[in-house]
Ligand binder design. Structure first.
Ligand SMILES: NC(=O)c1ccc[n+]([C@@H]2O[C@H](COP(=O)([O-])OP(=O)(O)OC[C@H]3O[C@@H](n4cnc5c(N)ncnc54)[C@H](O)[C@@H]3O)[C@@H](O)[C@H]2O)c1
Length: 275
């Protein structure tokens, strides 16, 4: 298949729905083959079914220490290479700070920092060896890492001390890896989203729960807070998942080859946290 990303192979985590699902679709539409990872096997099957044969599913809990190596092995077994890693999987477990438990903090660090850290460490040999081969043979080929963060991480957000801290930590990882992997032409960037319409930000009466370990964590935002949040967006409304995927796609494309170690805010102009 031709396309901007023809021959590229991407891993997208949290691809069963929302921003990750839309990102997998956009990457595949432009020629990439996509290894889609999520806890939710049914959602993954729906996403992979929409990729026109250009994707495979890996149903895994990314907080399990062995999962990242399985994901990288699947990309190499299936397609023989790996060029793009999008660390997008995540959820929120909100609470006001003075009542927040150690478990709430640990859960957010686990999924938003440790899981991306481990996936990139597992991908490192594949990305780095290919980069060194290209350099030895005189080719300049750019590979891409995109870490999904939030304006909660860059600006703070009431009720999300755990999530904001974990997302901020991910930007530290992003900027450090950009320095280490830049010489290998592996672009490492982050996207900080504002309010995107997904299950995570649906009305709390409809969003349902996220099940992890022994926990059933309520998702969503109270209706009044959603309305206030939307009113603060200069573009006048939240983003669709497809619009959010556009920001990630830019950082996966050759048009961003000299964008490196950056946090791209995709928030419709919003310049503060959601609440
Ligand atoms: N929606 C927003 O407004 C918004 C704003 C800023 C940042 N984000 C970030 O964007 C990313 C995607 O969120 P979304 O809004 O598309 O949410 P979503 O709930 O629609 O999708 C997230 C997906 O991640 C998966 N996931 C969560 N934990 C996992 C785990 N341990 N292993 C494997 N898969 C796991 C879920 O099953 C789900 O399918 C998240 O990192 C989120 O923090 C979202």
């Amino acid at each position: 298949m031709s396309g901007l990303l023809a021959d590229r192979v991407a891993v997208v985590t949290g691809a069963a729905r929302g921003i990750g699902g839309a990102t997998a679709e956009l990457l595949a539409e432009h020629g990439a083959r996509v290894v889609c990872v999520d806890l939710d096997g049914d959602g993954l099957a729906r996403t992979v079914g929409s990729l026109g044969g250009r994707g495979v599913a890996v149903a895994a809990d990314l907080t399990a220490p062995a999962a990242p190596a399985e994901v990288v092995a699947r990309a190499v077994d299936e397609y023989g290479r790996l060029d793009i890693v999008v660390n997008n999987a995540g959820y929120t477990w909100d609470g006001i700070f003075h009542k927040m438990t150690d478990e709430q903090l640990a859960a957010m660090l686990d999924i938003h920092l440790t899981a991306p850290f481990r996936l990139l460490r597992a991908a490192a040999p594949v990305l780095r060896e290919a980069a060194k081969r290209d350099a030895a043979e005189g080719r300049e080929v750019f590979r891409k890492v995109v870490n999904v963060t939030s304006i909660a991480g860059t600006m703070g957000n009431v009720g999300q001390a755990n999530y904001a801290a974990a997302k901020a930590a991910l930007t530290g990882l992003t900027r450090t890896l950009a320095k280490e992997w830049g010489p290998l032409r592996i672009n490492v960037n982050a996207v900080a989203f504002g309010f995107v319409q997904t299950r995570l930000t649906a009305d709390a009466t409809e969003a349902g729960t996220f099940e992890h370990g022994d926990h059933r964590i309520p998702l969503g935002i109270p209706g009044a807070v959603r309305e206030q949040a939307a009113a603060r967006i200069p573009l006048g409304r939240p983003a669709t998942p497809a619009e959010a995927a556009g920001g990630i796609f830019l950082l996966c494309s050759p048009w961003s080859n000299f964008v490196h170690g950056q946090v791209l805010t995709v928030a419709g102009g919003q310049a503060e946290g959601m609440s």
